[in-house]
Design a protein around this ligand. Structure first.
Ligand SMILES: Cc1cc2nc3c(=O)[nH]c(=O)nc-3n(C[C@H](O)[C@H](O)[C@H](O)COP(=O)(O)OP(=O)(O)OC[C@H]3O[C@@H](n4cnc5c(N)ncnc54)[C@H](O)[C@@H]3O)c2cc1C
Length: 571
């Protein structure tokens, strides 16, 4: 728990119109909008670096009916967007909040494109995650940040949180979402794409002599870089190493925050509002134990280690209501010894020639389904006889040779003997499926039967059990050279490999309950005046689902936009 709020007495150390807590994409958006509406704004960030999980991320924003897709010729309508969004979220979120998202997200994008350094391209082939739900589109709703040069940030560049290692080649070289797809799934032009990325990295002389970090920013680093540069253009201050500790009230209104800076307590007044944008509680094991389905470990998270739920507890102490606390942006993950965070597995489970099994050696889910569905199945089907936590990713020598797995490059480039020992220590290898099962302690007959079926599906192209590869979403991370189904390939060449995978996440999604204007609500359902929340410290507008690529950053930024405008009375 945090120290309680309601501390109304005492003088102020600093005073602004709008105080934003956190420095992810939602926080920075709120600060930009606030500044442009004429407010004096300050951001405070707990960590030594700014950007949070937003900087580590893929950087995509899911925005139906956006102007960039429209200009690129994609069809989308508010009716289709509503049907799809409501079809995904159902009754988990009040309709007025869903409508507020659909109405404001395209406006936010227009604002960012027109008034800030942010630039995006619509991903025309990246489909919504549930193509069978009415109103889905085959692409265009996800916006990918274009590359941004770290040089534009000057000394602030190194203060930005680094990309997650899985977002970069060799944990170092930046790539956009389409470049990642081309390189990892080896679609047309992959060799040239990889060569170009390596050359761009190597030829950034003399920076190469100074640092391994790529200055050509992509994905979440590009998004946060553009927003940070836009804040710098406006001289909006961002104080690092300044954690918020408690809310300060006057009567029932929030008027400021007590924070820690240089080892001292300071009181910051916010004349108009405090906007909380300080991430979820994924790094707080006690909160995970209390709220999330079990088992659940902080080491399975891919998100920012500073997200320890402080702000959610601060809100609870101040009487705020909470929701969706048992939810996260789930996905199967593996923590490798050399990484400080777990790697979220996406392509490994979609590419042809892999299968995910339980302790009985049996499949339990479509491996190429949206990430959240796989972890939902891991929890729902985890029984003592047929444990799914961990579950086992199985692949063969052909798969190992052709495709990357976690930090391992394809065997063609990095054979087992040249692979890092600590990574190989997590991989079980055997000359037969039976031996592999025995080494893993799982049912060998079950595994052999499962693989026999998968090999049959690879020939027919039809997975009659779970429908792997049946939708355009599944196929996005498949290998389009693989016929007849880009997600199904034989598993028949020794040696065979296995890796234990766990229910990981990109961040939790439960937190302070907010209304359609991002105002924090108390237990009685009333607005707490002066207090707003966005991003993963608020209960997500997405409810229990993940409708499409960018469905976490889309709302974080949109409701940052909504909150700042409402707080400052902008129509
Ligand atoms: C590998 C990876 C890939 C991802 N890809 C995507 C993607 O492509 N699209 C998408 O939509 N989502 C993606 N996500 C998820 C997305 O990054 C997060 O859901 C989102 O960034 C959360 O934003 P936030 O503002 O809530 O938190 P953050 O971006 O984490 O920002 C919160 C900030 O608040 C700070 N903070 C915490 N406590 C305090 C305190 N007491 N005082 C002051 N500051 C505090 C934290 O240090 C942090 O900097 C990805 C995540 C990961 C890890």
């Amino acid at each position: 728990m945090t120290e309680s709020g309601n501390n109304t007495s005492g003088s102020w150390d600093h005073s602004v119109d709008l105080l934003v807590v956190g420095s992810g994409a939602g926080a920075m958006t709120a600060a930009l909008v606030g500044h442009d509406a004429g407010a004096n704004v300050l951001l405070i960030e707990k960590g030594e670096q700014y950007g949070g999980s937003s900087a580590m991320s893929g950087g995509g924003l899911w925005i139906p009916c956006n102007h960039l897709a429209r200009e690129a010729g994609m069809q989308d309508t508010p009716e289709a967007a509503w049907k799809y969004f409501k079809g995904c979220v159902g009754d988990a979120t009040p309709d007025d909040r869903l409508r507020a998202y659909l109405e404001n997200a395209p406006k936010l994008l227009e604002y960012l494109c027109a008034k800030t350094r942010a630039e995006f391209i619509p991903l025309l082939e990246y489909a919504d995650y549930y193509p069978r739900i009415e109103g889905s589109t085959p692409g265009g709703r996800c916006l990918d940040p274009v590359n941004f040069s770290g040089k534009e940030l000057g000394d602030e560049f190194v203060k930005m949180r680094e990309s997650a290692p899985q977002q970069q080649i060799l944990g170092r070289i930046s790539m956009t979402i389409p470049e990642a797809r081309i390189s990892l799934a080896r679609t047309k032009g992959w060799m040239w794409t990889l060569t170009r990325l390596f050359l761009r990295y190597l030829l950034d002389i003399p920076w190469r002599f100074k640092s391994k970090r790529d200055r050509n920013l992509a994905m979440g680093n590009a998004l946060v870089g553009m927003l940070r540069a836009s804040l710098m253009d406006r001289d909006v201050p961002l104080w690092l190493e300044t954690p918020a500790k408690s809310l300060i009230f006057e009567g029932d209104r929030v008027v400021g925050v007590e924070a820690e800076r240089d080892g001292k307590r300071i009181r910051i007044r916010a004349e108009k509002a405090v906007i909380l944008a300080a991430g979820g509680f994924e790094a707080n094991q006690a909160m995970r134990d209390k709220y999330l389905p079990q088992p659940s470990k902080a080491e399975w998270s891919s998100a920012n280690p500073n997200n320890t739920g402080d702000i959610i507890n601060m809100g609870i102490d101040a009487g705020a209501a909470i929701g969706l606390m048992d939810e996260a942006w789930w996905g199967p993950a593996v923590k490798f010894p050399a990484d400080d965070r777990a790697r979220f597995f996406v392509i490994e489970l979609s590419l042809p020639g892999s299968v995910l099994v339980n302790k009985q050696g049996r499949r339990f889910v479509n491996e190429a389904a949206p990430y959240g569905d796989k972890v939902a199945a891991m929890y729902a089907k985890n029984t003592p006889e047929a444990e799914t936590i961990p579950s086992y990713l199985i692949f063969d020598a052909n798969f190992r040779n052709k495709y990357p797995v976690g930090p391992l490059l394809p065997g063609q480039q990095q054979p087992d003997w040249a692979a890092p020992k600590d990574v190989m220590s997590l991989i079980v290898k055997a000359d037969s499926l039976r031996e592999l099962a025995e080494k893993l302690g799982i049912d060998a007959d079950g595994l052999e039967a499962t693989v026999a079926k998968m090999n049959e599906y690879a020939k027919t192209g039809v997975d009659t059990e779970f429908g792997r590869g049946d939708t355009i979403f599944d196929q996005y991370y498949g290998d389009l050279n693989q016929k007849p189904n880009p997600n199904l390939g034989p598993i028949d060449k020794a040696p065979f490999y296995a890796m234990r995978t766990w229910p990981g996440e990109l961040g939790t999604k439960g937190g302070l309950l907010v209304d359609a204007k991002a105002r924090v609500l108390n237990e009685a359902g009333n607005v707490i005046p002066g207090l707003y929340a966005t991003g993963n410290c608020s209960a997500s507008v997405m409810g229990h689902t993940y409708p499409g690529p960018g469905a976490t950053l889309g709302p974080a930024t949109t409701f940052g936009f909504v909150a700042a405008r409402d707080a400052l009375g902008v129509d």
